[in-house]
Design a protein around this ligand. Structure first.
Ligand code: NAG
Ligand code: NAG
Ligand code: NAG
Length: 721
């Protein structure tokens, strides 16, 4: 016992070192991305700021709703209606809804401060045309209101209890979605935040059952098919080693769940959940276990086929070295995990094992059925005790599309401008990633069926250092993003086309929003272009060789394709080459790739399949010239291969900087290792799993009374009632 405790202690003390080791180990297979094309400081970015009512008290902003012309922003006692184009405030169609005097006094008596005893608006849904449901924290006594919406004006109609729908505390990570005439929420249903639940009146997850929810932080909710999916992170019950660990999950319930028979009338009969696996593969996979944010569902086209995916931003734990990743999950893989075996633990210390098929009752638990009230008890009991699926949801292609290791920031939010069309009719997802350090990364997903990769276009300082970005949303116009922090919301323009001066810079930016206009000699935003005819782009490779084509012989866009076809690789890119004029047609790009794969083998033979330019043979003189040319070329190709190898490894190193790649390798690794170690909290061990659990069903007991749990508060209540 003591020896195992000792081992625990050791493992935890050395956790950062282990993690470093794992990352380095993983690096051999997959290097964290280090390069960014553009670094923009705050003064280089045009943005419009909104700070609520001008006071310094944080509004706890949240984007509640967005349409093509306005956004509704939830704040302190208010819902702001802002123009999505210029953030101008429409004061007329603003909702002002403070807590009543009685509620805020009660809140003060419960020991909360002035700032907490306000009504922070967290949810807003159009339940039918012209009808709104709005919920707020209401001084730690969640409350909902129905509003009628006429000509941009809101008229309050009636109020209803918000417990189980809206959090008590604006800092709580909750989510909700309105679908098929019902509100589905994932939040906490008690004052202290100890009763997490997924709720749709009257169904809820089991109270105080760690198998159902264990100190979750909810991230997002989406509707897909017959189910509502919830993304969150929670303490993993199935983790059997010492200490505790947080896993990312996706849970789902059937939209038309009608509850169970008899005493399970107010319980879900379809609540199941699975782990999300965002990891770098290897002998010891390196996991990014804490989901922070997801995008909406995106329909992505790969050639002929299309697939529904969701992007997730996941990180390492707070006390580890800051690692963040973007993983893509396919909806079909999520569904597959829910079709797989359930996880089962025989007794409290037994291992978690898959339930054999013959032990799973019929009809299969967790699936939508016509009327769940007539399900057999065996079925309902099974799902109650086995909500966890055995298999984790793999990320698309089994690895993240982007990894960042940084001591300065972690990813916090994600928003995707889906399927941006290039001038060649290709589509790419542009991803915006918010960090806890006030930055937004603009990234393009250049993954194809064969490879998974993303390219970081720019890193932009939006908020002062140390201000986490809580939420991101896409606004109309290429590069327009809404960034939300606790006390400030900004409409930011991350369109970098104008900031590049030359064709090379424009193409190498690889931003699907930008293209080089050969007529105007300008880098233009594609959504502003009147014609695509003279625009060039190369998102996939950022190959600027087409810029060399003189403007007199402008190439109509048909001939320009940034995919599939093979660009002419001109030696002109090699600055010191004597063979400047020699242009070689490369038969197949994979020739290069092949030789890149094996640097140790004879580079010359490995790369020799590259087609030689044609020549007329005959004279000895010509023979010598050509031999010299070939010699030159082989030398170049060898050099090219070596540099490509490092180029591939170091991903985004600009091609021109071929020299000193070996030095770069050393510098990179050294600096990676030699960074000052952050002070890390080593007290993981001390956290015991017996977190505060309420003994009562707060939903039920709090429905009628204001407060019942807190004994001391009984008196307060009496003074008020
Ligand atoms: C926001 O304000 C505009 C202008 O007053 C109004 O037309 C629009 O309906 C409002 N949006 C919402 C969602 O209330
Ligand atoms: C909510 O999530 C944020 C970001 O991950 C985290 O910093 C914060 O502590 C969470 N809030 C609560 C109440 O756990
Ligand atoms: C997660 O994915 C990695 C790589 O695809 C795999 O090696 C690992 O076994 C998976 N882990 C789980 C828990 O499924």
């Amino acid at each position: 016992m003591s020896s195992s405790a000792f081992l625990c202690l050791k493992t935890n003390e050395y956790l950062p070192i282990f993690i470093l080791f794992y990352i380095i180990n993983a690096c051999q297979a997959w290097l964290p991305d280090t390069s960014t094309k553009l670094m923009n400081s705050a003064n280089k970015i045009s943005s419009i700021s909104f700070r609520g009512n001008g006071s310094n008290i944080p509004d706890h902003f949240t984007v509640l709703y967005q349409d093509k012309d306005s956004i509704l922003l939830g704040g302190r006692n208010r819902i702001y209606n802002l123009s999505i184009y210029d953030f101008s405030e429409r004061k007329n169609s603003e909702i002002f809804w403070p807590s009543s005097e009685a509620h805020s006094q009660l809140c003060n008596l419960k020991g909360k401060n002035e700032d907490e005893c306000q009504n922070y608006i967290r949810l807003l849904f159009f339940t039918s045309p012209g009808k709104l449901l709005v919920c707020g924290t209401n001084s730690f006594k969640p409350l909902c209101r129905n509003y009628a919406h006429k000509n941009g004006l809101f008229i309050a109609e009636n109020e209803s209890d918000g417990i189980g729908i809206c959090p008590y505390d604006p800092n709580h990570n909750s989510t909700a979605i309105y679908s098929s005439g019902h509100l589905f929420s994932a939040t906490v249903a008690d004052f202290s935040g100890g009763d997490p639940l997924i709720y749709r009146d009257p169904f809820r997850t089991e109270l105080s059952d760690l198998k159902h929810l264990n100190a979750p932080n909810f991230v997002s909710s989406i509707t897909h098919g017959e189910y509502i999916y919830f993304f969150f992170r929670e303490t993993a019950v199935e983790f059997m080693n010492c200490g505790k660990i947080i896993y990312s999950r996706v849970a789902r319930v059937c939209k038309h769940d009608k509850g169970g028979p008899h005493q399970s009338r107010s319980k879900w009969t379809t609540f199941t959940k699975a782990r999300l696996n965002c990891s770098v593969p290897g002998e010891y996979p390196f996991y990014f276990d804490e989901i922070q944010s997801t995008s909406a569902i995106i329909e992505r086209k790969y050639g002929e086929s299309s697939t529904k995916i969701i992007y997730g931003a996941l990180t390492t734990p707070d006390n580890a070295i800051g690692g963040s990743a973007i993983c893509v999950f396919q909806m079909s893989d999520i569904e597959e995990a829910f079709r797989g075996p359930f996880k089962h633990q025989e007794s409290i210390n037994a291992n978690w094992l898959p339930v054999p098929d013959n032990k799973v009752p019929e009809p299969r638990p967790g699936e939508c059925v016509r009327d769940s009230r007539i399900l057999p008890d065996a079925n309902v009991n099974f799902i109650k005790t086995h909500p966890l699926m055995e298999r984790a949801v793999p990320s698309y292609q089994g690895r993240p599309i982007l990894i960042r290791v940084s001591l300065n920031y972690r990813f916090t939010g994600i928003a995707v401008d889906p399927q941006v069309r290039t001038v060649n009719d290709k589509t790419y997802d542009v991803i915006y990633i918010g960090t806890d350090d006030g930055k937004i990364l603009k990234v393009v997903n250049i993954a194809s069926e064969q490879s998974s990769k993303a390219f970081v276009i720019s890193e932009n300082e939006i908020f002062p250092r140390g201000t986490p970005i809580k939420q991101l949303a896409i606004a109309p116009g290429y590069g327009k993003v809404i960034a939300v922090s606790k006390a400030e919301t900004k409409l930011v323009t991350l369109n970098h086309c104008k900031s590049t001066a030359t064709c090379n810079e424009c193409i190498e930016l690889r931003d699907p929003h930008c293209a080089w206009d050969q007529l105007k000699n300008l880098c233009v935003s594609v959504d502003m272009a009147t014609s695509l005819r003279y625009l060039i782009q190369d998102i996939k490779r950022g190959d600027a060789s087409r810029c060399k084509i003189s403007t007199n012989e402008k190439v109509p866009r048909k001939e320009i394709d940034d995919d599939n076809t093979i660009p002419s690789n001109s030696i002109e890119e090699e600055p010191n080459s004597n063979a400047k004029e020699l242009t070689l047609q490369v038969e197949n790009r994979s020739d290069f790739d092949e030789c890149n794969n094996d640097i140790n083998s004879d580079v010359k033979t490995g790369c020799s399949q590259i087609k030689k330019s044609e020549f007329t043979s005959g004279t000895l003189w010509w023979g010598i010239v050509i031999a010299a040319m070939i010699g030159l070329f082989v030398g170049f190709a060898g050099g090219y291969c070596v540099s490509r190898k490092f180029y591939m490894q170091y991903n985004n190193a600009p091609f021109i900087e071929q020299h000193n790649h070996l030095d770069r390798l050393n510098v990179n690794q050294n600096s990676f290792l030699a960074r000052p170690t952050k002070t890390v909290n080593l007290d993981v061990l001390n956290v015991s799993s017996d977190t505060l659990q309420p003994k009562k069903d707060n939903l039920g007991s709090l429905k009628n009374l204001n407060i019942t749990n807190e004994g001391t508060l009984q008196k307060i209540k009496k003074t008020y009632i």
